[in-house]
Write a protein that binds this ligand. Sequence first.
Ligand code: SF4
Length: 209
Amino acid sequence: MVTECESGVDEPILLSALEHYSYCPRQCALIHKESIWDENLYTLRGRDVHERAHEETEITDEVRIERGLPLWSERLGLVGKADVVEFRGEIPYPVEYKYGSMKSGRHANLQLCGQALCLEEMIGQPVVRGAVYHFSSRRRREVEFNAALRERVYSTIKAIRRMLRKSELPAPVNDKRCGNCSLAESCLHAAIARPARIRSLHRTLFIAD
Ligand code: SF4
């Protein structure tokens, strides 16, 4: 397992970068390296959902709810904020709010697990589960922070650090993800892909036997 932050060398990584990198490494680089952020319908809906989640702190008989809780891990070099953390006694249970449907969970799971790792370091309690709340269906999807998911977080942190150190941006993914991406205009994915497609066509026509 790898995970130590090279303290004094690397800036902390935002927890949201885990989800961005998982969705598209180039998107992560544009946001976290080039500081480019464009809004589209999806990002505006997402922001609205996060703002609703951050509004207040509640206490019920069994559960204390903290909203907009700052999170960090010195060990992993992560910082960010949790939409909601429910505390049952001392045990935290992070809940990440997403606009999208229940199907789009893989990328959000990484960010949620990153939050759990921060909470474990901050509070000194094991955090074994959390949930993604899908606003469009008003349903929660519970996520178990198992060894495989934790390893994916560690390897994604390493990959993000490598990407941040490089001078060039990752190549565009050029697939259906680009259709929902708010950075499509800034990314120029189609223009960059065209020469590669032409080279590939050239190889097919003139080099293949
Ligand atoms: S437009 Fe496509 S390649 Fe470019 S950042 Fe978005 S998802 Fe990635």
